[in-house]
Design a protein around this ligand. Sequence first.
Ligand SMILES: *[C@@H]1O[C@H](CO)[C@@H](O)[C@H](O)[C@H]1NC(C)=O
Ligand SMILES: *[C@@H]1O[C@H](CO)[C@@H](O)[C@H](O)[C@H]1NC(C)=O
Length: 440
Amino acid sequence: MRSAIAYLLLWLCIFLTKAQEETCTPGDDTCIASPKPNRKLKATFQNLSPYRADVHFDDGRFGNYVATLETNGEKVTIDSFAGHRFFITRHGVREGLVDPSTDEQYFFTVKETNNVDDAVEFTLPSTAAPSKTKCKDRYPVCVNEAERGECTRNPGWMIVNCCKSCDEKEGYGKYLDSKVRCTRERLNATIPAWENGSLDALFTKWATEDKYKPYEPRVISSPNKVYNAQHEGPWIMVFDNFLDDYEINDLMKGANFGDGFQRSTDQGSVIAGSGEKEKKISTHRTSSNAWCRRECEELDGVKRVSDRIEDFTGISQNNYESLQILKYNVGEYYKTHHDSSGGKDNSVSGHRILTFFLYLNNVLEGGETRFTNLDISVEPKRGRALVWPSVLNEDPTMSDLRMYHEARPVTKGIKFAANHWIHQYDSKNENLWGCSGSFA
Ligand SMILES: *[C@@H]1O[C@H](CO)[C@@H](O)[C@H](O)[C@H]1NC(C)=O
Ligand SMILES: *[C@@H]1O[C@H](CO)[C@@H](O)[C@H](O)[C@H]1NC(C)=O
């Protein structure tokens, strides 16, 4: 009897040891060598390809960004665990880098190792490149996302990231080319908000009609200094009593929904025909911003603000970019810039024609909005709206180069603000269909 138990124990020991030692065939990414729980490993990624590359942790859905690898063999080492899987994309966008001989995207699974230093290494080979097949699924979940109707609910993002599935489900493959997808005609964005002369008419209405008096309008600058303007020049107005406490509270609350405040980014150059643009940390803008979307936009106080701006301007909210909420700490600034591009703007939504800039708090010192070509400064004041156009009254297809401005550095305290940028044409459809360049 005793020998029978010993015999069983011996077999159990052999069995357990075997399980511990089980290994995978090299190159088999689906096999995970029985990991020792919670054993930390050091995973090093090296990029030998000619493309800047991003490493993403594969969470089984859309992945989480981990690190960027420059070209010329740059290496990065991260803490990882056996069984973790990573995928590699071109930097700044989610276009996968593939092995050109198989057209398969590179995935790296961290495997148990016997190395004494617990180090595992992955190399992105010099041949790695974006796929020649443009209409691909970037994620395994694309099939399910297409099945539950996401291609029609969220077409821009889905066409670019799940092209194959959206083509099979809705015939949307043809829209991967932004020149086909992103035209004013197709996106029903053909009616401009402003004709020649609309701008003068609007500011005149604000300066004169009783309806606007409770919001305490003041003309800072106007052509021929009409309506007691302090300065002669393009229209600039403030409404000192534009927001109430309830609205400010909801704007501040909504800023923390979703991704919350993030260091401000700029759009880089366009990558390929899909119209994707790289996101870059801004150097001339050191503040943080939060985009007010979804649950934030649903807040009653936030809705009231956007509805009031729609009522004031007579321009549909379809022409507005989402409210952007801004935070400037001491020393932070936004250097001289223009809210629209120079000359004509042939994007679907056209020029940003008007900016509603809302101050959400009193700043102890600094943080003024300064129009650098006009030498006009406006101080932040809780509840105040500052409004200016970015185009010409005589021809709103042309930007007004007098409207360059900066956010002066905050020197004491903190500055919270928000703004709506209003476009000449519909921008909701432009965003929905992924025609403004942001996808990642
Ligand atoms: C444009 O409007 C037409 C007619 O109302 C509609 O059928 C079509 O779906 C719209 N296109 C987009 C992209 O919203
Ligand atoms: C608006 O003014 C511009 C420049 O003066 C002119 O070229 C254009 O034809 C005008 N547009 C309309 C609709 O009157």
